[in-house]
Design a protein around this ligand. Sequence first.
Ligand code: HEM
Length: 450
Amino acid sequence: MGTSILAAPPRGSDLKPVVGAPGLPYIGNTVQVMRNPFGVARKRYAQFGPVSWGWLLGQRIVTVQGPEAAEVVLVNRDKAFSNGPAWSYFIGPFFNRGIMLLDFEEHLHHRRIMQQAFTQARLRSYMEAMAPGIGKGLDAWRPGGGFKVYDHLKQLTLDLATDVFMGVELERAEADRVNGAFIDAVRAGTAYVRFPVPGLRWHKGLRARKELEAFFRAHLPAKRRDGGDDLFAALCQAETDDGHRFTDDDVVNHMIFALMAAHDTTTITLTTMAYYLAKYPEWQERVREESSALGKPVLEFDDLAELKSIDLVMKEATRLLAPVPALPRRVVKDTSILGYHIPAGTTVVVPALTNHHMRQWWPDPERFDPERFADDRREDKVHKYAWAPFGGGAHKCIGMHFAGMQVKSILHQFVQRYRWRVPARYEWPLDTTSLPSPKDGLPVKLELIS
Ligand code: HEM
């Protein structure tokens, strides 16, 4: 395939041009990248090094591979990389003014307020609020063959979101309607036809966004008045030391965004853990023993540090399959990454998914080996950004501890109720066209532990 440079560096500078094999305009390597992201990334790195460009999803995209380049982009010392225009391209109209889509001063202002909804005291009460829903959800599972773990975990985390995020008592029909709207809004981001045609994804997404806005707006006055232990109430009440608070519009926008940010990512993490625990029964047993040793059916906040094996498995699962596979940024002024010239207007992508599989940074990267994160090995310490499933810099996931808490709460109850397995040679078929997920829903044999 023909190679070409993205743009000539300014005369007199010692910067290098970004080179790539861009492929056909607009189309480029989109299909190959979607089908085989790991193979394409490896080939590109071997041919062009850490910084290269190509057409992807209708845009000229510079892909920066490896933790060193990830650090430059995510830490963003120069304020050259912006989130809003880059993420909006994919999820804009549906997650408009979500915090991840805000930039610089404005982002910092919102982040300071939002932080008040993620304090330790708040996390404690979210954790308490989710425990009964987890038990109820897991009890409703029907053991047997062909049990689709992904589909069930997706439903469970969605139902938990109604308790912990919204804290609103809903009739089943209304809960289903809100959940349906939410699913349509998420799906719309990966539509091929990216304008509203009735019946197609984009159109449904816009309608869903309106429905979600109306829902949160209707419940907002009561939340502001009565408070509560849920995220919705926390966002209504959040206030910085110097008295800044969210407006009603901000609360609505942040709620819709937070639901999206939390739901698929946590589901994917749990599903990946369930997959490897099925393939490596010795790890499943180790996790189960640790949970049983605690002697409590429900995990409490002060027990979180005790579940060391779940912690290792969660780290390894998010390394092997980063739930947010790529972090895009738009370049707002000419800048450089590792000595390469990056002109304003370029979209840059940090590929978390493939970075975690680089042989240059991880020994035997395809191997499931949770102990690589154990204190006596800490392979992730090779570079601060070698393991970065939660991103880094100003936009680093604000829900990271929430996610750990939810994953541990669910796994703790899951392993004590059920044992699950897959056939010896089973390999899951992954769909990497959007956020990664198993095409077959991860069917397992689920057995009740008596
Ligand atoms: C394992 C689960 C999760 C993973 C892997 C994950 C990953 C990420 C990543 C990579 C980013 C940064 C995106 C960027 O820099 O462009 C991010 C941002 C964010 N996440 Fe998470 N996330 C998870 C769970 C959650 C949960 C449970 C919540 C909420 C309770 C949440 C809320 C957010 C928010 C609000 C942002 C935007 C922060 C900002 O822009 O300042 N995430 N997440």
